[in-house]
Design a protein around this ligand. Structure first.
Ligand SMILES: Cc1ncc(COP(=O)(O)O)c(C=O)c1O
Length: 280
């Protein structure tokens, strides 16, 4: 990519919050995410209008919405990306933590033309502090990336690579993932239950089928900053939706951290904070 090149990312998305692409001088265009992920027709429109040269997607249990790209849309987006010659980056830290039994499929597993660069990480399934991730892509691209990495920091710490490798090889890894899925599902069920009890009629959300985030729309307008300050005073935190997207009136809760037993208290405190803001 060169400064001035156009790319497309999801709105809302984790990448919306990062200055990564802006600081590389890229022009960013947005693909709106609905309950089935992005709409492939929007990619075609953006291509015609702005000649986008890369699509960056988080198709499974997306951060922050928790939604997954619909299988038909997956197929179509891959077709479009290869017909128009637009490389697709699949950022996939969550597909191993699906609550439905089998793992979510990846776009990369359907890629016949080598058009997809696949990225994943141990951050959401083992430990974010390890800073271990990986990329799957055409050898030419991988060589360039490896060279860039070498020039930036001479390669990653060998100690964390060794620890990660030991963990991945160990038969315990599968046991760990299954336990993680079970525990996260419990927390997902609990947060959904508590949102329905404490904020019935005041929030709307799509129940995530995997991952660690739940994206809620509050039915009444609110001031992001004031609600966050009030919540922090009461000892509970969330991410205001404006951090991740252009839509108004959203908050993101993460149920991955903390214990299941703390979720009720967290939602109860958030409800108090919301009520306090209404009265101001
Ligand atoms: C979609 C997505 N991609 C990437 C990351 C960052 O992962 P890592 O810790 O591997 O840099 C996150 C973390 O929140 C994420 O949600």
């Amino acid at each position: 990519m060169k400064p001035g090149d156009a790319i497309a990312i999801e709105d809302p998305s984790y990448f919306y919050s990062l200055p990564l692409f802006q600081s590389a001088g890229l022009k960013i265009f947005y693909l709106r995410v609905d309950q089935d992920g992005i709409n492939p027709d929007d990619v075609v429109k953006l291509y015609r209008k702005h000649r986008i040269r890369m699509i960056f997607l988080n198709p499974s249990f997306q951060n922050p919405t928790g939604v997954s790209l619909h299988p038909l849309r997956r197929k179509k987006i891959i077709e479009i990306s290869s017909e128009l010659g637009i490389p697709l980056v699949e950022d996939d830290p969550y597909s191993l933590i699906s609550f439905k039994g089998e793992n979510a499929t990846t776009l990369k597993s359907m890629d016949e033309n080598g058009n997809i660069l696949y990225i994943s990480s141990l951050s959401k399934i083992v430990a974010s502090g390890l800073r271990i991730g990986w990329v799957i892509g055409p050898p030419k691209v991988i060589d360039r990336l490896a060279d860039a990495k070498q020039q930036v920091d001479y390669g990653h710490s060998i100690f964390s690579q060794w620890a990660a490798n030991e963990f991945l090889k160990d038969p315990y890894f599968d046991i760990h993932i299954n336990r993680l899925k079970r525990e996260l599902k419990k927390r997902r069920d609990e947060i959904v239950r508590r949102l329905n009890v404490y904020l019935h009629g005041e929030v709307e959300f799509i129940t995530p089928e995997g991952g660690i985030h739940i994206w809620c729309r509050l039915n009444q307008p609110f001031n992001d900053k004031q609600l966050l300050e009030e919540s922090m005073r009461k000892g509970v935190s969330f991410v205001p939706g404006s951090v991740y997207g252009s839509g108004k009136g959203y908050v993101r809760f993460t149920y991955g951290r903390g214990e299941t037993e703390q979720i009720e208290e967290g939602i109860s405190r958030f409800t108090d904070a919301l009520n306090a803001c209404k009265q101001k």
